[in-house]
Design a protein around this ligand. Structure first.
Ligand code: CTP
Length: 210
């Protein structure tokens, strides 16, 4: 590679606070995204890893930006000015309407939590080449085709998180590469690093770059 292409990878969950000690989130550990960042750095890309709160070591040769909320993640992705965006993060689609400065006492909470939509980072990003993930509990391929079209993706990595060996916190994944025209390439059960290397290889082949 003559000039290094810059890739931004989002990873992990986001946290959407309602006060300093409470938040909405999900069980994403960031392993898939960290594996993509590592595989891309090893393949010669300049990598910016935008990570939600996770307990993982930064891969060698990767610049890491830690964020908490979806809005912070969006700002960090925009600031990275990448050529390629690989969005593996489990971004919270909604956040509490307001965040109290001090811990809320139970008497101060009504029992109803008002939520507002977060930005869709992948959909809004103007990065030219975008790869997304679709972690589903069924209909993964159909959902991935929809996401390819809606978010203008080069391809989408679909997985059924309820399948054996796939899902949050495990070292393996069973994925399908899904393209906007509906083509689907099913991969066997692989380590997350092996899946990451396949993603980088698919990107390098640049199947639908034009
Ligand atoms: N994504 C994102 N910003 C969001 C939501 C999702 O960047 N606010 C990205 C994810 O990182 C993933 C892709 O979009 O690469 C699909 O995310 P997913 O949560 O599966 O889908 P949603 O767009 O939230 O759609 P739905 O709730 O209809 O499944």
């Amino acid at each position: 590679m003559e000039t290094k292409l810059r890739m931004v990878v989002t990873a992990g969950p986001t946290r959407e606070h309602l006060d300093p000690v409470r938040f909405l989130s999900n069980p994403s550990t960031g392993r898939m995204g960290f594996a993509v960042a590592r595989a891309a750095a090893e393949a010669g890309y300049e990598v910016v890893l935008v990570a939600g709160p996770v307990g993982l070591k930064t891969p060698k040769g990767v610049v890491r930006v830690d964020v908490v909320s979806a809005r912070e993640m969006f700002a960090a992705v925009e600031a990275a000015k990448a050529d390629i965006l690989v969005a593996t993060a489990a971004v919270a689609d909604w956040r509490p309407k307001s965040c109290a400065k001090k811990k809320l006492k139970k008497g101060e909470m009504s029992g109803v939590l008002e939520l507002v939509r977060n930005p869709d980072i992948l959909k809004s990003s103007k990065v030219r080449r975008k790869i997304g993930f679709a972690a589903e509990t069924g209909e993964a391929v159909a959902e991935a085709v929809r996401k390819c079209k809606e978010k203008n993706l080069e391809f989408c990595v679909a997985n059924d998180v309820t399948a054996p060996g796939a899902g949050f916190g495990v070292a393996t994944n069973r994925v399908v590469f899904v393209y906007p025209d509906g083509t689907a390439k099913r991969l066997p059960l692989l380590s997350k690093l092996a899946v990451a290397r396949r993603i980088v290889a698919a990107l390098q082949r640049g199947r639908s770059r034009k």
